[in-house]
Design a protein around this ligand. Structure first.
Ligand SMILES: C[S@@+](CC[C@H](N)C(=O)[O-])C[C@H]1O[C@@H](n2cnc3c(N)ncnc32)[C@H](O)[C@@H]1O
Length: 207
C-alpha cells in the first residue's frame, strides 16, 4: 500500500472488505489479545480504524463499553453484522481519523492496531489525538509493522515512512509512562494475512 488520498483509501479498503470472508479473520489480533489482563469490564474503550470489528467485538465480549470507527463504510457495515451475530453491542461509526470528534479525557483505553495508513505528519496528530481522548491513567495500545517487515513482504505498507521504530513510538508518546515497548517477529495466520511478520507493540499509560 502506498500513500493515497482519503477517498481513494476508502475505496481501496471497501474493496478489501467486500465479500463474506474476513480479511484479518474473526479472531482478535493475537498481540492485542495477549494484553487482555490490562482490560476490565465496564471500561470505556475507543478502537481507531477498527476494520471489520474483530478487536472491538472481542472487547465487547469482555464487557467493555466500546466505540469503534473506520474510514471504510463496507468494513463498518460488516462489523455491525458481525456484532449482531456475536450478540454484543459496539457503537460503530464510519469516519476517518480527521472526521472523528476526539473528546478530551473520555476513554479508559484507546487502540491503534495496524493503523499504518498515516503519513509522518498525520501520524503525529493521530497519536496526539489518541492521547488527548484518554483519561488520566488511561491505556494506549499500539501495534504496527517495523521497517524490517519490508524484508518479509507479508503485509503492511511498502512505504518505509509509514512503518514504525521503537524510537519513533517512544517519541510519539512522550509524557506517557511506557509499560511495554517491544519489537518482535510473529508468525501471522489471520484471514488472508499469513507468514512471518515484524512488529513493534507498545502499551503506555497517560499520567
Ligand atoms: C490494516 S487495517 C486494520 C484494521 C483493524 N485495526 C484490525 O486490526 O483488524 C487498516 C484500517 O485502517 C482503515 N483506515 C485507512 N485510512 C483511514 C483513515 N484515514 N481513518 C480511519 N481509518 C482508516 C482502513 O479502512 C482499515 O480498516
Amino acid at each position: 500500500m502506498t500513500l493515497i488520498p482519503k477517498q481513494a483509501a476508502a475505496g481501496f479498503w471497501d474493496k478489501v472488505y467486500e465479500g463474506n470472508d474476513f480479511a484479518f479473520g474473526r479472531e482478535p489480533n493475537a498481540w492485542f489479545a495477549s494484553k487482555a489482563s490490562y482490560l476490565k469490564k465496564g471500561q470505556r474503550i475507543l478502537m481507531v480504524a477498527d476494520g471489520e470489528g474483530r478487536n472491538s467485538i472481542w472487547c465487547a465480549q469482555k464487557g467493555l463499553v466500546v466505540d469503534a470507527f473506520d474510514l471504510s463504510a463496507k468494513g463498518i457495515e460488516k462489523a455491525r453484522r458481525f456484532a449482531v451475530e456475536s450478540g454484543v453491542t459496539v457503537n460503530f461509526t464510519a469516519a476517518g481519523v480527521d472526521d472523528w470528534d476526539w473528546e478530551p479525557n473520555a476513554y479508559d483505553a484507546v487502540t491503534l492496531i495496524l493503523c499504518q495508513f498515516a503519513t509522518p505528519s498525520m501520524r503525529k496528530k493521530l497519536f496526539a489525538d489518541c492521547i488527548k481522548t484518554l483519561k488520566t491513567g488511561g491505556l494506549f495500545f499500539v501495534l504496527g509493522y517495523t521497517v524490517k517487515q519490508l524484508e518479509y513482504g507479508t503485509g503492511g505498507p511498502s512505504n518505509a515512512a509509514q512503518l514504525y521504530t521503537e524510537a519513533m513510538l517512544r517519541d510519539l508518546v512522550q509524557g506517557m509512562v511506557i509499560l511495554e515497548l517491544e519489537s518482535f517477529d510473529m508468525e501471522v495466520s489471520a484471514g488472508r494475512h499469513r507468514g512471518k511478520s515484524a512488529f513493534v507493540g507498545l502499551v503506555s499509560r497517560k499520567k
